[in-house]
Design a protein around this ligand. Structure first.
Ligand SMILES: *Cc1c(COP(=O)(O)O)cnc(C)c1O
Length: 386
């Protein structure tokens, strides 16, 4: 059963890379941070990569770099993990929720413009499930209204849009390296950008806003430093960066496996009217962090939660991504959001299901998951998986 649950893959080489750093002089803010940043930037084809302690810190650093502050509005999709909106609030700004496209659950460019006001400063597009957004349309809108475009690409590392890699499609792109994501450093995050000034600002931000780090001062033989901005301790350790470099080498093979699994699900579900995978644009190479389906159960004597519970209790780790952010109590209370604000997102949350997908699943596991849900929908009694 743990084969279904464990999304990460740690090889002997990964372990050796970490141990080597643990036995070295620098556990944090040593040479591995810069090496990992170079390797990551190289992987996505970005000029700069800034490593931070997690994906949420990456989003916070992005909002700081863009100087988002009290009174500013930032457009975010209603379907995402809460951190996408929270990072705006950390800076004192207001997240403005935009509804999503019903087929892809990506931010709907047609609904963006009506939410733009004189206070709007930025758009955070989320590559939900691993599918890159329509960045050409988003860039046009951002350009027209002088807004900064940020990609929350936490699901989409390894994906492409019109043959351009995720990580190069917006002014700032943020990634998470949590174990459930496409590769991991335990906890970890990265921001990529082509703007070296913004990169420098974010490197300072992750180190309390101080203008040099411990190792730089060591090299210069000085104790003196200045704090320029109010930053945080959002540093990533050297042993995590060593793990990251080792994991990056394996990422292309994992993305290929995720795509293979997605193809199996897609062809199996073409046989039933009750399971409808999300739409995929022909312009993208999808990174398939998630495989999300709409369940069409109107004619059946069951509902999504019953399907969810039966699958979960049989060891199949299905999930629901996500409760629309504007429905969380914090946003209702603090910003007065609520039901009816983004109806497409709200409806999706009622009929969505995320199927198990990660590179550790073999063909038999995927077939087991497919057979199980199809039999469940046909009303056949399901045997417990041993
Ligand atoms: C995972 C995730 C984050 C947060 O990343 P952490 O590393 O868990 O802080 C932010 N946005 C999205 C869309 C995510 O999936």
């Amino acid at each position: 059963m743990s084969r279904f649950l464990r999304a990460q893959s740690i090889s002997d080489r990964d372990i050796e890379a970490v141990v080597e750093v643990l036995q070295s002089d620098w556990l944090t803010t040593g040479p591995k941070v810069g090496e990992f940043e170079l390797a990551f930037a190289d992987f996505v084809g970005a000029k700069e990569a800034v490593a931070v302690s997690n994906g949420t810190a990456a989003l916070h650093a992005a909002m700081f770099a863009l100087d988002i502050q009290s009174g500013d509005e930032v457009l975010v999709p209603a379907v995402t993990f809460a951190a996408t909106a929270n990072c705006v609030v950390y800076q004192g700004g207001t997240p403005v929720f935009v509804d999503v496209d019903a087929e892809t659950l990506l931010i709907n460019p047609e609904l963006l413009e009506e939410k733009i006001t004189s206070k709007t400063k930025a758009i955070i597009a989320v590559d939900y499930a691993g599918q890159p957004c329509d960045y050409d349309s988003l860039q046009i809108i951002a350009g027209k209204h002088d807004l900064s475009l940020v990609a929350d690409a936490c699901h989409a590392l390894g994906g492409k849009y019109k043959n351009r890699a995720v990580g190069t499609l917006a002014k700032l792109s943020t990634f998470s390296l949590h174990p459930v994501k496409n590769m991991t450093t335990g906890e970890g995050g990265v921001i990529t950008t082509s703007d070296s000034d913004l990169a420098e600002k974010m490197r300072r931000f992750r180190n309390h806003g101080i203008n040099s780090d411990h190792r730089q001062r060591e090299a210069l033989g000085t104790w003196y430093y200045e704090m320029i901005d109010l930053g945080y301790n959002y540093r990533l350790t050297d042993f995590q960066c060593a793990l990251g470099m080792s994991q990056l080498l394996r990422l292309p093979e994992w993305i290929a496996r995720r795509q293979e699994i997605a193809t199996k699900y897609t062809s199996a579900f073409a046989e039933t009217p009750h399971v409808e995978p999300l739409g995929v644009s022909s312009d993208v190479s999808h990174a398939y962090h998630l495989f999300v389906v709409h369940l069409r159960l109107e004619e059946l004597e069951t509902n999504r939660d019953e399907i969810f519970n039966t699958m979960r209790s049989n060891g199949l780790p299905v999930n629901v991504h996500y409760i629309p952010v504007h429905l969380h109590p914090f946003y209702r209370t603090r910003f007065g959001t609520g039901t009816g604000l983004c109806p497409v997102a709200e409806a999706a949350c009622e009929d969505n299901l995320s199927m198990p997908i990660h590179p550790n699943l073999d063909d038999e596991d995927v077939e087991e998951a497919i057979e199980f849900i199809l039999e469940l929908l046909e009303g056949k009694p399901c045997l417990l998986i041993s």
